[in-house]
Design a protein around this ligand. Structure first.
Ligand code: ADP
Ligand code: ZN
Length: 510
């Protein structure tokens, strides 16, 4: 450990570790495989750079961020770490020179793009260099459950076969447990040391606002914060351009960023944003990986994101300097229908199911009266208790209404049918529908039959969502998604407490 501390000080100039760095470095030095999920800015690079300096052989860092590779190498070189990179964007001469230095054993740290690794015969070539460690950066790109799946990352699956004795360390800034399992399985990590740092971003304030006139809502926020830098995310390229035009007409300096633009223009716009030449960038989700700007004060979502993972990543770009920043999501249920439309076009059934699940979770996040931070952290399998003090739900800036009576009507229908039916049928009972299933089960005779006729299906679906979100009921996935009542839910059913939900707006009548 003394050696490690000495390098920390002499090479990097730091006198102490950031959270978790020591544990991760120790595990790598002990020769273990590793999986580490640490938030952006957590100091992941140092975790493989220090071992790279201590190992005899070469440390290979696989990274999808080709555009940043040169900067990463330059940064390492300026610290005196012998580093180089190989990717498709460099000239033949540069690559040849890198190979020459590799053969001479002059390089300790090699950055590599996944598509380089996938080239035929490349792993054999790599085998000549006495590799001590593979570090896989942005490892979530391996998983189809992640928000940024990259097929060329699957080439990494061959590492274990080609280098059975070389340890592999996987790093990511965002991974649910499901993504973590994918990464471990695909890289074939053996009994890896697993580190999951907290995903809580204390400096971010989360809020969801009803989406009405979204362009003017966005403009209003930006106009009220004229000296702050921010990102606006839109779902489509068309809406991205429209938003830029709208803001421009109001004299707000904004530039677009989306996949429909050519590469140079995109790079130019990103550059101008990074240099504070423009105040705002309006982007599709194409924007952001490796973005290098730490004074972003707000991230606005003009449309509902497709997944919690994407939302977490995108909002995470605000407040990198640790100062309080705003995450604002404009949400209307029309967005759910729109995204569902896209999901129906997906041909691969597994992918369609994943997308639908992601959307359901995201829609619930925006709809229910539960601390936004708690919901985000829960998504990453982390628990957060109490009032976070920095989201709209916890600070009481949302519109709450008491739906206790309706919640009890619904719970009672679930209870009286012995927790054996799904949401659709339960709502049919409450609304007094005349269906085959109701007749067959004799459910028209139930006391709760038709007690909620006066309210729409959508209203009752909203109650179901809130009851799930507040953990009063759950869908039992082992039993055809029937609704089951939790301990808390029983208390609500047999008690007389209010059940506060977010005011869904509009009329509840059918
Ligand atoms: P990540 O890759 O996890 O987003 P980086 O490796 O880029 O994070 O590190 C984030 C910042 O923290 C960098 O500026 C880095 O120099 C700094 N840093 C890393 N380790 C330490 C440390 N032990 N003490 C102080 N600063 C550190
Ligand atoms: Zn909260």
């Amino acid at each position: 450990m003394n050696e490690v501390r000495r390098i920390l000080k002499s090479v990097f100039g730091y006198s102490s570790f950031k959270a978790n760095q020591k544990e991760v470095i120790n595990a790598i030095l002990a020769g273990r495989d590793l999986f580490a999920a640490m938030p952006t800015g957590g100091g992941k690079s140092l975790c493989y750079q220090i071992p790279a300096l201590l190992f005899d052989g070469l440390t290979v860092v696989v990274s999808p961020l080709i555009a940043l590779m040169k900067d990463q190498v330059d940064a390492a070189l300026s610290l005196g770490i012998p580093a180089a990179f190989l990717n498709s964007s460099q000239s033949q001469e540069d690559a040849t020179e890198t190979y020459r230095r590799l053969y001479r054993g002059e390089i300790k740290l090699l950055y590599l793009s996944p598509e380089r690794l996938a080239v035929d015969g490349f792993t054999e070539r790599l085998a000549a260099f006495n590799v001590s460690l593979f570090a896989v950066d942005e490892a979530h790109c391996l998983s189809e459950w992640g928000h940024d799946f990259r097929p060329d990352y699957l080439a990494l699956a061959q590492l274990r076969t080609a280098f059975p004795t070389v340890p592999i360390a996987a790093f990511t800034a965002t991974a649910t447990v499901r993504v973590q399992e994918d990464i471990i399985r695909l890289l074939r990590l053996e009994d890896p040391f697993i580190l999951r740092a907290s995903f809580n971003r204390k400096e971010l304030f989360y809020q969801v606002l009803p989406k009405t006139e979204v362009l003017s809502q966005i403009a209003q926020y930006i106009g009220a914060h004229p000296d702050q830098s921010g990102i606006v995310y839109r779902l489509s390229r068309k809406d991205t351009d429209k938003t830029v035009d709208y803001l421009g007409k109001l004299g707000i300096r904004a530039l677009p960023y989306h996949a429909g633009m050519d590469k140079d223009e995109r790079a130019r716009n990103q550059e101008r944003f990074n240099n504070d030449d423009v105040q705002v960038i309006v982007a599709t989700t194409a924007f952001g990986m490796g973005i290098d700007k730490n004074n972003i004060r707000y991230v606005i979502h003009g449309d509902l994101p497709k997944s919690m993972e994407g939302y977490y990543q995108e909002t995470g770009r605000a407040g990198r300097d640790g100062l309080e920043s705003q995450c604002i999501l404009f949400f209307g249920t029309a967005d759910i229908a729109r995204l569902n439309y896209f999901i129906r076009q997906i041909e691969d059934p597994a992918e369609q199911r994943r997308s639908r699940e992601n959307l359901d979770r995201m829609a619930r996040f925006a709809s229910v009266n539960v601390c936004r931070r708690k919901q985000i952290l829960e998504y990453f399998n982390e628990t957060f208790e109490g009032n976070c003090g920095s989201c709209d739900v916890c600070t009481g800036t949302t519109n709450e209404i008491d739906a206790g009576t309706d919640a009890r009507k619904l719970l009672s229908a679930i209870y009286r049918t012995r927790e054996g039916f799904g949401a659709g049928h339960i709502i049919d009972i409450v609304r007094g529908a005349d269906t085959e299933k109701i007749r067959k089960n004799g459910h028209a005779a139930l006391k709760t039959y038709g007690v909620g006729r006066d309210k729409s299906k959508k209203w009752w679906m909203g109650i179901v969502t809130e009851l799930i979100g507040q953990q009063m009921i759950f869908r039992d996935s082992d039993r055809f998604n029937v609704l089951r009542i939790t301990e808390e839910g029983r208390k609500l059913l047999f008690g007389n407490e209010p059940f506060f939900i977010l005011d869904p707006g509009g009329k509840a009548e059918s």
